[in-house]
Design a protein around this ligand. Structure first.
Ligand SMILES: Nc1ncnc2c1ncn2[C@@H]1O[C@H](COP(=O)(O)OP(=O)(O)OP(=O)(O)O)[C@@H](O)[C@H]1O
Ligand SMILES: [Mg+2]
Length: 469
């Protein structure tokens, strides 16, 4: 029988793949050198074997069937047997060769053990990257994102489809000067690792603080082919730090204010009683008129002093289990009674059957009257909406008051809680409202936070803890 390989046999011997020629019975009638060196069977042994003899038992039938089938070109991955009984993964191509009347099957097999090992390594590695809680992004050498993991999608608020193919600067918060990023690029383009804290912007506009490590991905020839950015989300940690700084500042301001109130309070009481005495004894109409005015001013100062002291001395109100929705309805009733609310649309969305809170109801009513009145004032008499909403998340209740009023500049956001900070006309606001409210809420273990977009409106969120029985 003519053997098709014989003419070019020497050439086939140069190829690294194992090549077998089979007759119609799938018997090996010729093969190249690699076929014997790779499998460990001697040249003599191979000729006359069936091809399935060098296939791991469980795969024999399926390979035999595939060879019998008519398709001209087929490829499978199966484990092949070596003479010493061990096996290795091979990629096997099956082809048909027709010369005249004769038909041969050609089997070309390639050892893919190494390739499989690399694939597995890669799979392990990509699984780690994919499933870690750390947000990770990979870019190409030009800085275009080619991969983001699910944690990155979650933290940024963008879906990967919106990120892949884009430059990471779509997350730019604008909080770092251009020179900052220039320096980062200089470092990483020079093949160095950059570590630092960055502030990025989520899709919904919120700021995320992360600790970022950017390392260049360098190929075997030393060329930078991309960058790996691994983040650690420290937004919550930052928020806690801010909160701590703020409550410490408020505490020291509080002590100061209480001290002043106390010092001013005593002489004020004497002035007030002196005014009363003169008012009662004098016959001078002019003096009487002016003393009335003084009395009014003294009353006003006394109110302010009372607010200041009230908040800093332990309250003698009684704490009781309180339905927050009732508190809110009370506050709303009082606020809606005013004549400034004519053009305002109140959108009230209170979650029914919330757990009761351990608070002093009257104090909380005072808190919400102030926050709601501020919202009304922020609308300045023009039509708008005030949304009042309650939410529960785990062991916290949230009351959200959102207005479509004039908003607060970012630089002023923290100041609104300070005593005597007011942008209202003299006589319209003392600037104690939020300060007192903050103190009351803090007393019950809660917090007030504010977000605002100037010109668009503000959101005040009061959180209060749900305590056990
Ligand atoms: N919803 C809001 N929209 C815009 N600005 C607000 C809002 N709430 C508070 N502010 C700003 O915060 C400042 C302080 O508020 P706060 O309630 O402490 O004092 P006030 O309302 O000015 O006076 P008071 O409440 O003592 O009568 C306000 O003057 C205003 O500038
Ligand atoms: Mg107020």
């Amino acid at each position: 029988m003519p053997v098709p390989l014989s003419r070019y046999g020497r050439v086939f011997d140069l190829l690294p793949e194992m090549i077998f020629i089979l007759d119609g019975d799938q018997r090996i009638i010729d093969h190249n050198k690699a076929a014997s060196t790779e499998s460990g069977f001697s040249e003599e042994e191979i000729n006359g074997m069936k091809i399935t003899d060098i296939v791991v038992r469980e795969y024999r039938e399926s390979l035999a069937r595939l060879i019998r089938s008519d398709a001209l070109q087929r490829r499978v991955e199966i484990p092949l047997l070596k003479a010493d009984g061990t096996s290795f993964d091979a990629s096997v191509d099956l082809k048909i060769l027709k010369t005249g009347e004769d038909l041969y099957h050609i089997v070309i097999a390639r050892d893919i053990t190494e390739q499989k090992r690399k694939e597995l390594d890669l799979l392990r590695f990509s699984n780690v990257i994919h499933n870690t809680v750390n947000p990770i992004q990979i870019t190409d050498a030009k800085g275009v994102m080619v991969y983001v993991n699910p944690a990155f999608e979650k933290t940024s608020g963008y879906a990967k489809e919106e990120l892949i193919g884009r430059n990471p600067n779509i997350l730019n918060s604008g909080r770092h000067p251009r020179a900052f990023w220039q320096k980062v690029w200089n470092e990483i383009l020079a093949g160095k690792v950059w570590v630092g804290e960055v502030e990025n912007k989520r899709k919904d506009g919120l700021i995320i603080h992360t600790e970022l490590v950017i390392s260049p991905i360098i190929d075997s020839r030393g060329k930078v082919v991309g960058f790996l950015g691994a983040h650690r989300d420290i937004t919550e940690q930052k928020a806690l730090e801010q909160q701590l700084i703020r409550s410490q500042r408020m505490e020291s301001i509080g002590t100061l204010a209480a001290g002043i109130a106390h010092e001013v309070g005593n002489p004020l009481t004497s002035i007030s009683s002196l005014v009363q005495v003169i008012l009662r004894t004098t016959q001078d109409e002019f003096a009487k008129e002016k003393l009335e005015l003084i009395k009014n001013q003294i009353n006003r100062i006394t109110r302010i002093i009372r607010d200041l002291v009230d908040f800093s001395r332990p309250s003698n109100y009684i704490i009781k289990a309180t339905d927050i929705n009732e508190v809110l309805r009370d506050a709303l009733n009082i606020v809606q009674y005013g004549k400034k609310v004519k053009h305002i649309d109140f959108d009230v969305d209170l979650l029914p059957s919330l757990p009761k809170l351990q608070v002093v109801p009257d104090q909380l009513v005072q808190v919400f009257i102030n926050i709601l009145m501020n919202a009304v004032d922020a609308l300045d008499g023009s039509p708008g909406t005030i949304v009042l909403q309650t939410l529960q998340k785990d062991k916290q209740l949230y009351v959200i008051v959102r207005d479509s009023g004039k908003g607060i500049e970012e630089s002023e956001l923290e100041k609104v809680f300070e005593p005597f900070y007011s942008t209202k006309e003299v006589g319209k606001g003392t600037g104690l409202g939020l300060w007192v409210s903050y103190g009351i809420v803090k007393n019950f273990g809660g917090d007030i936070v504010v977000e605002s977009v100037p010109g668009k409106g503000s959101i005040f969120t009061v959180s209060l803890p749900v305590k056990g029985e």
